[in-house]
Every structure is written in C-alpha cells, then in structure tokens.
Design a protein around this ligand. Sequence first.
Ligand code: ADE
Length: 224
Amino acid sequence: MKIDIISAVPSLLKSPFEDSILKRAQTKEIVEVNIHNLRDYSTNNQKSIDDYAFGGGAGMVLSIEPIDKCIASLKENTNYDEVIFMTPDGEKLNQKISNQLSLHSNIIVLCGHYKGIDERVRQHLITKEISIGDYVLSGGELAAAVLCDSIIRLIPGVLNDETSALSDSFQDNLLAPPVFTRPANFKNWEVPKILTSGNTKEIEDWRHEKSLEKTTKLRPDLLK
Ligand code: ADE
C-alpha cells in the first residue's frame, strides 16, 4: 500500500512513522509512506499557500492552487483509491472505516490547516472526509497520523500472529479482554488463576466472557 500525505507542516508528521510498528511496516516494504510539503507546490514567488477569505473574517484559508498542483503531480504516476481530507466535520473514524481503507492500494491524505481550506478542494478534489472525533485540532497532521496508524496495523504481515489486529478492541464490536504478565502475584494482587492454568479452551472462554462483560459495562452501544 502507498500512502501520500500532503501537509503544510510536514515536520509534525515525522516521528509517528519513524518508530515501532509503522517504521517496521515501511522497512518490510509492506507500506510506503511519502510526506509532501504543500509549500513546495506554491504557485507564487512568495511561496505562500494560503490567502484571506473572500467576504472577510475566518482568518487565512488554504488555497486551492498548491493543493491541486500537488494532487495532480501525484496522480501522474499513481491511480488512487481515495483522496481523503482530514477535517473535524468529516465522517467519524471507526474500526470499520479503517478495515475498509486497509484494503486499498493507494491513498492520498490531505491535512487541513489554519482556519480552513478553499471549499472547491472539497467539492472537486476530495473523495472522502474523515474526522477523528468531535474536537478541533490545530491541523490535520495528528489526525492523519492516527488514521494511518489504524490502517497500517491492519495490513497483513505488519503485525505478527501474536499481536494480530484481529484481537484488537472494536473488531467484532467487542472491547479487548484484560491482559496480565509476570509476576503472577504482586503485593498480593493476583492474576486470575485461569490464565496460569494452561487450559487453552477455558482461557479462550474466559477472555470472551471478560470481553462481553467489559463491553456491556463500558460501551453498551457497541452491542446494539
Ligand atoms: N483537523 C482538525 N481537527 C480534526 C479532527 N478532529 N479530525 C480530523 N481532522 C481534524
């Protein structure tokens, strides 16, 4: 899978892709992540990428020209399944959307910034709009990193069997069961006996039961 991220503040996107699972996915060449600096596509001598809003107010607005130029240059070499815009008024991200996006070959993720983006970008260049929650971030970069992490971990080969994404919370609409590690007794706080019994079938049943209990208590909406 190839992910091209377009950003006005690309340095904000560096570290999430340089460590741990996301780094390994790239080293293994399962995913290619390219970060594009919108400023490199500015169409004027001042290298600006934003302008005042027509009609006044609203602060600076990201201009359509550099975005169009950047997307057009990416499309010269690649067919994209989706051109996604990160925005608080987009469709709320959930596991189902991440699962669907993880099946794609190529996606573009555009990060918004400042007060907004020329609406014509959304009307003509974007195929999907995603929010990571009902709150406003200073820009779409952190949201894009969240989206990419949730997608990349689902691509076969990124996680090994033990950490398989199939056992993540929200797969099957259930929260993941609690987990414990050594020591089995710490300050008399004991690990449930069943987990040290070695009985695989009973452990599996216990985990399912705890998943159900936890979901019923914390997120009953998922069970509907
Ligand atoms: N950009 C700013 N806030 C955002 C949010 N909540 N989700 C996605 N992109 C955003």
